[in-house]
Design a protein around this ligand. Sequence first.
Ligand code: NI
Length: 204
Amino acid sequence: MKLRSILPLLAVAFVLVLSAIAVVATFGLGQRPGTTARDAGVADIGGPFRMLDQKGSAVTEADLLGKPTVIFFGFTFCPEVCPTTLHELTTAIQELGPDADRLNFVFVSVDPERDTPEQLALYLSAFDPRIRGFTGTQEQVDGIAKAYRVYHRRVPTGDGSYTMDHTATVYLMDADGRFSGTIAYAENRDTALGKLRRLAGLRA
Ligand code: NI
């Protein structure tokens, strides 16, 4: 094949590669929560749910309205991400002091098989008592996870047991239940505290 006949093909291939890059840049990265999700108008994180709290009482999204909410998803058998996040939240709540009462703090289980309300209560007793735990049926858990666009997957561990892969992002919701921002896993402590203060309507 002569060079002159290959050139148009190369030009087409080049344009296709550029288009693919443009599509990935626009849609692939544009939907990461907390970065450009809000700017792109993708604010449909959150929504209706029916769950049980760690006391066994029924809760819905209405119970969280009126105060901004700090919410994240995990499971009590989590070896690292969840205890780390709950520990950091506990530290932040203590630094906020009485102002922490301006916010709801919620830990939602993605492992309802093991995380009964009793198990949640026992687990959360190691952290600040203002952090509430939600669990429910598998269907209810799948529903709230879908509403918050939370990834969760059961992974067998080989010894007949299992662990859960799950989104580690903390979601910040306003008093009307609308998505307002995120705190990343192990985010800088001062940055995270500033976000919580702003969410609470305080000067960061
Ligand atoms: Ni976890």
